[in-house]
Design a protein around this ligand. Structure first.
Ligand SMILES: NC(=O)c1ccc[n+]([C@@H]2O[C@H](COP(=O)([O-])OP(=O)(O)OC[C@H]3O[C@@H](n4cnc5c(N)ncnc54)[C@H](O)[C@@H]3O)[C@@H](O)[C@H]2O)c1
Length: 329
C-alpha cells in the first residue's frame, strides 16, 4: 500500500494480543515493521506482557471483549489485517464454562469476521489447533486433509470456527493456522503446557506424574509460532488465501516419554511416575510439509531448546512462584 509514493505500514489488529502467544506475536510484528493494535479483555489479569511494546509509537492497545460490538467497531477501524487469537484456550478452561467457550471461540470469531468484512479488512488469520485431529492411526501423520475428530469442547469450537472463517466472503482473505502445542518463554508465561509444565516440575525437584506416556503430539516454540503468523501476513494473498496450514515441524512430534527422556538427560535425579493409560482420545502425529512448501516456513527451535530455556527460567528466580494460578489457563 502506498500513500503519496511512500509506503505505508500495514496496520494489524491482534485480538488476544496480551496472551501467551499474542504478546510474542505483537513483538515479532513490530520488529518486522508492522503497526499493531491489540484488542484484549485481559482475562488473565495483567498487562505486563505488553509493557515492552507500550512506548513504541506503532503500538496501540484497546481493552475490550470480542463479543462487544462497540469494542470490535473501534478495533477494526483502518485495519489491513486481523490475527485472531482471542479465545478461551485449552480443554480445562473450556470445560469450566462451556457457554463462555462457545460465545468467545465461535460466536466471537464469527462477529469479528463479519465486522472485518464490513470494515474492508484484507486478511483474517485465525488461530486454530492441531487438537482438531483428535487421534491419528498407527504410524500415520495428519496433514490438512486428515479427518477432523475433536474430542473436547475446545477443539469442537475451533473446528466450527474454522468452517465459518473459510466460507468465501467478498474482499477478505482468510487463513487458518492449526498450531502444534506451544512451549517456551513468553511475557505472559503459561506453565500449563506440557513442555513448560514438565520442565518446571523437574527443575524444581517436584515429582512429575505423567499420564499416557506413549501418546504423540507435535510441539512448536512460541517464537516460531509468532514467526509463522508474520510469514503468513507477508506471503502473497494468492498463496495463503483460503488455506489451512498445520504450523509446526514434522520432526518435532514427540511422545510424553520422549520429553521426559530429554529432561532426564539434563536432570538425572528427576523423579517421574508413569501412569499408564491404554486409551487417550488425543494421540496425534502431524505433518507440517504444506506450510514448509507453500510459505517456506521452517521452525528454528526444538523442544530440547525449550526445555533448556524453561529450566533456566524457573531456576533463575525471575518468577517468584511458577505455580501461581496466573501462569495457567
Ligand atoms: N498455546 C498453545 O499451545 C496453542 C496451541 C494451539 C492453538 N493455540 C491458539 O492460540 C491462541 C492464543 O493462545 P494462548 O496460548 O496465547 O492463550 P492465552 O489464554 O494466553 O491468550 C488468549 C488471550 O485472549 C484473551 N481473550 C480471551 N477471551 C477474550 C475475549 N472475549 N475478548 C478479548 N480477548 C479475549 C485473553 O485475555 C488472553 O490474553 C488461541 O486462539 C489458542 O486457541 C494455542
Amino acid at each position: 500500500m502506498t500513500v503519496n509514493g511512500a509506503s505505508k505500514r500495514k496496520l494489524v489488529l491482534v485480538t488476544g494480543g496480551a496472551g501467551y502467544v499474542g504478546s510474542v506475536v505483537v513483538d515479532e510484528l513490530l520488529a518486522r515493521g508492522f503497526q499493531v493494535r491489540v484488542l484484549d479483555a485481559l482475562l488473565h489479569g495483567t498487562v505486563s506482557s505488553l509493557l515492552l511494546s507500550w512506548a513504541n509509537p506503532q503500538f496501540e492497545f484497546i481493552r475490550g471483549d470480542v463479543r462487544d460490538p462497540a469494542a470490535r467497531g473501534r478495533a477494526v477501524q483502518g485495519v489491513d489485517a486481523i490475527v485472531h487469537l482471542a479465545a478461551i484456550v485449552g480443554d480445562p478452561a473450556c470445560a469450566r464454562d462451556t457457554e463462555l467457550a462457545h460465545e468467545v471461540n465461535l460466536n466471537g470469531t464469527v462477529a469479528m469476521l463479519e465486522d472485518a468484512v464490513g470494515a474492508g479488512v484484507e486478511r483474517f488469520v485465525f488461530a486454530s489447533t492441531c487438537s482438531n485431529y483428535g487421534r491419528t492411526n498407527g504410524n500415520s501423520f495428519a496433514d490438512e486433509e486428515f479427518e477432523l475428530a475433536p474430542v473436547s469442547l475446545y477443539a469442537e469450537t475451533k473446528v466450527a470456527a474454522e468452517a465459518e472463517v473459510l466460507q468465501p466472503k467478498d474482499g477478505i482473505v482468510p487463513t487458518c493456522l492449526r498450531f502444534a502445542t506451544v512451549y517456551g518463554t513468553s511475557p505472559r508465561m503459561r506453565f500449563d503446557l506440557t513442555v513448560n509444565e514438565f520442565a518446571r516440575d523437574l527443575a524444581l525437584g517436584a515429582e512429575l506424574v505423567v499420564f499416557g506416556e506413549q501418546f504423540w503430539r507435535p510441539y512448536i516454540h512460541v517464537r516460531d509460532a509468532a514467526r509463522a503468523v508474520a510469514s503468513v501476513l507477508e506471503a502473497p494473498r494468492e498463496i495463503v488465501g483460503g488455506e489451512v496450514y498445520n504450523v509446526g515441524n514434522t520432526s518435532e512430534n514427540y511422545r510424553k516419554l520422549d520429553i521426559v527422556d530429554l529432561l532426564r538427560k539434563r536432570l538425572p535425579d528427576a523423579t517421574v511416575k508413569f501412569v499408564h493409560r491404554d486409551e487417550d482420545p488425543r494421540d496425534y502425529r502431524v505433518s507440517f510439509e504444506k506450510f514448509a512448501g507453500g510459505v517456506g516456513f521452517k521452525s528454528k527451535r526444538s523442544v530440547a531448546d525449550g526445555i533448556d530455556e524453561v529450566i533456566a527460567l524457573v531456576r533463575s528466580g525471575l518468577i517468584d512462584d511458577p505455580y501461581a494460578p496466573r501462569f495457567r489457563n
